[in-house]
Design a binder for this molecule. Structure first.
Ligand code: ADP
Ligand code: MG
Length: 730
């Protein structure tokens, strides 16, 4: 019996157990495995505690002696929870998280066994950097890489089975200081934003001393039965199906969206949620998504730094917990053709240490002006750097999704809603009239009283926009489901930091010329609206009209990753990232190289898997069926029956044979094409060639014929689990 039928036979519809804690209050377990500030108070001396807090708040360095004290406190806490090992936890450019476990256990020089964790072990480690991508940084610099403690993200304990490990969040840098991970540049971008946002806030409120960017991600994912996944080599190796005919019932009925959650999946959700709560991940919502077998979860928003760690942790936890339930979580952006893909909306805003959300319309004319300032600055930032935002979401996986008429297009535009569009055009309308001090009516824009209107506007908001204002935050919707949020957050916060910095210069220049502060601010806002309104779009982002319109407006529409990535290394990008202290030129070049290599590898693996599947599964199945038909025809012929009795079989046989021929020839041609492309030296040229000569030239065509065969060949003979089985079995 083929794996497919064994798998179907083995499917259990029974929900497996969830931990007992799942039935108690969330608050009872929330943060249980996190070294929170409260825990720190309990386990640290006054001196160590104060030093830690100062370092979290303002990034002041912790000295060695205090570090020893903190390390001891963290170990005491961890041991009280049964922890034996620790690891520096980091987010290398592979896209997954990394850890290397060491035990507290050590031997003193006289042979005495003790448990130890000192300041040095807390602050720095040297994992073997050679297995992580460095994009050529290693060729030119020292090969070594270090992980360095990031006190702004709290330590936590990961429980796997009965084992418990203390995880120290770290950044990963090379010997000469280049960042080799996603977190180091993110922290720099957040600091850049803090600096320029505070300066702009001070026009309105001198009490603001810190601005923190906030992030609430929404994670979409598919859940599939484990044994069915194991019978699909493409899912196992690529995380997506390279073949598979559309089922008779797909998502046309839209009966899955917000429908009741299947019991088996529900048990899985409750299980992973428990783990998340213990780690302080504030999950809030869970629901079905549009596609069958697709779901979503979202937490309450947090500081970007913490939210990024939490999302990386969540992806790990989900995949691990799913196994207990004999399920597999697919985080790929497009696991099934013809069915919606998965994204990870990044809801983003900024908050002051005085408790103001800078993207929430204010209550007084003054706070309104502050809102308008930040609101218009982000529009300007996206307008000026749309190409870099596009690059930030580029990946082989997301290429299947962006612009596929179910996800935001590859054209970056901003949706602000009817009401705010009007506000912007009202402000803009005055651009030609001299703005004097009497003309302060505009400052009295009563955004606050219009809030109900705003809400109305946003409940019916535009889901086709890649970057949308949703009431008190922007939502970057084009981010892919498997992406590390740090990539888009580094870009967004850097472009905002840069734009605010220029805004301050522009305003100060006008003030110097004698303008009143508010008037100067309004003038610059007007100017920015005029300069960036091209990026505003309220209509249907999926429509052809928009593609034409965007072209007319000169907005970039880069459909494939290899070319979208160019924006990372343009002169503009280099200037932007360097002047804000986020990436050096070399770091950008390295990252660009790494992303291109990732792209090449993904497409290469998919091409190989396609070839293998076609040769080892599809063609043998089709040939078997060919034989069945042949035998039947020959039998009828031998029995002396005339051609009318086997005409249908004959035409079926011809059809099957024709598809077999094409699949075979095309797979062969694809292998040849790959050989040629593999010889290309330059990484960018190679990536572009992989896209055009391998992916575009063959993938869809081979798939078309394989899917036709799936429709024709006897179901009993077909060995790969079908879409209807993977997507609809509960
Ligand atoms: P949906 O987009 O599905 O309608 P919501 O709008 O309620 O859901 O929220 C989506 C996400 O946005 C949640 O994670 C929420 O915490 C987050 N969010 C809300 N306010 C902010 C904010 N000021 N900054 C960042 N994220 C926010
Ligand atoms: Mg949303």
């Amino acid at each position: 019996m083929s794996l497919r039928f064994t798998a179907i036979g083995n499917i259990t519809n029974e929900a497996s157990g969830v931990p007992d804690s799942a039935s108690s209050k969330i608050t009872a377990i929330f943060n249980e495995n996190v070294f929170t500030i409260k825990t720190a108070r309990e386990f640290l001396s006054d001196e160590a505690y104060k030093s830690l807090i100062t370092s979290i708040r303002g990034g002041k360095k912790i000295d060695r002696i205090v570090a020893n004290q903190i390390a001891n406190g963290i170990r005491a806490w961890a041991e009280s929870k049964g922890v034996t090992h620790y690891t520096h936890w980091f987010q290398p450019l592979t896209g997954t998280t990394a850890e290397k476990h060491d035990s507290f256990f050590t031997l003193k020089s006289d042979g005495t066994a003790i448990e130890e964790f000192d300041g040095a072990a807390l602050i720095q480690q040297e994992p073997d950097a050679s297995s992580f991508p460095s994009g050529g940084l290693r060729a030119t610099f020292e090969a070594r890489g270090y992980t360095a403690w990031d006190p702004s993200s709290p330590a936590f304990i990961i429980e796997i089975g009965k084992g418990k490990t203390l995880c120290i969040p770290t950044i990963f840098v090379s010997y000469t200081g280049e960042s080799l991970d996603y977190k180091a540049p993110l922290l720099k971008a957040l600091e850049a934003l803090n600096k320029s946002a505070v300066e702009v806030c001070n026009y309105f409120d001198k009490n603001v001393t810190k601005v923190t960017a906030t992030l609430g991600w929404e994670q979409e994912y598919f859940v599939i039965d484990e044994s069915l996944v194991n019978a699909r080599p493409d899912l196992v190796q690529c995380g997506r199906t390279v073949f598979g005919a559309a089922p008779a019932k797909g998502q046309q009925l839209e009966d899955h969206y917000f429908g009741s959650i299947p019991e088996r999946v529900y048990a899985f959700m409750r299980d992973y949620e428990q783990e998340c709560y213990k780690l302080g991940i504030p999950l809030r919502t869970r629901h079905n998504e549009v596609a069958p077998a697709q779901f979503e979860c979202a937490p309450i928003f947090e500081e970007v730094n913490i939210a990024v760690d939490h999302n990386a942790l969540l992806m790990d936890i989900m995949s691990r917990v799913a196994k207990r339930h004999k399920l597999v979580v697919l985080l790929h952006e497009k696991p099934f053709a013809g069915i919606n893909g998965s994204g990870k909306h990044n809801n983003w805003s900024m908050a002051t240490d005085t408790g103001v959300n800078l993207l929430a319309p204010g209550k007084t004319p003054k706070t309104n002006l502050m809102f308008l300032t930040f609101f218009v600055n982000i529009i300007k930032a996206v307008h000026d750097h749309a190409d870099i935002m596009r690059a930030a979401i580029a990946s082989a996986q997301n290429d299947h999704r962006l612009g596929a008429n179910e996800a935001p297009p590859a054209i970056i535009s901003v949706f602000v809603g009817q009401y705010l569009s009007k506000v912007l055009s009202d402000v803009e309308a005055r651009v030609n009239t001299k703005f004097d001090e009497q003309d302060e009516a505009i400052l009295k824009l009563d955004l606050h009283r219009s809030i109900p209107e705003l809400m109305l506007d946003n409940t019916d908001r535009n889901r086709t926009s890649p970057f949308a204002f949703t009431g008190n935050k922007f939502e970057f919707r084009a981010v892919g489901s498997s992406a590390n949020c740090a990539i888009s957050m580094t870009v967004l916060n850097t472009i905002m930091a840069d734009t605010l910095k220029k805004f301050k210069l522009d305003v100060d220049a006008l003030i110097e010329k004698g303008d009143k502060k508010e008037i100067a601010i309004m003038h610059v806002i007007q100017k920015y609206i005029v300069e960036s309104k091209n990026v505003l779009f309220e209509g249907d982002g999926y429509s052809d009209e928009w593609h034409h319109e965007a072209e007319r407006r000169g907005l970039p529409n880069l459909k494939t990753t290899p070319v979208a990535l160019d924006a990372m290394v343009s002169d503009k990008a280099k200037k932007l990232f360097e002047s804000n202290g986020v990436y050096s030129h070399t770091e950008l070049e390295a990252r660009h190289e790494i992303e291109l290599e990732k792209y090449i590898k993904k497409v290469q693996i998919e091409a190989r898997v396609m070839g293998d599947l076609a040769v080892n599964h599809i063609l043998p199945n089709a040939v078997k069926y060919q034989n069945v038909l042949l035998e039947n025809i020959n039998g009828l012929k031998a029995a002396g029956l005339d051609e009318t009795t086997y005409a249908s079989q004959l035409s079926l046989l011809k059809e099957v044979s024709a598809h077999i021929q094409i699949v075979h020839t095309k797979v062969h041609a694809m292998v040849e094409a790959r050989k040629i492309v593999n010889n290309i030296e330059d990484t960018r040229t190679k990536a572009i060639a992989y896209e055009s000569q391998v992916k575009s030239a063959f993938f869809d065509e081979i798939r078309y014929h394989v899917d036709k065969l799936e429709h024709l060949v006897d179901d009993e003979i077909w060995t790969l689990p079908k879409y209807r089985e993977m997507l609809f079995l509960r």
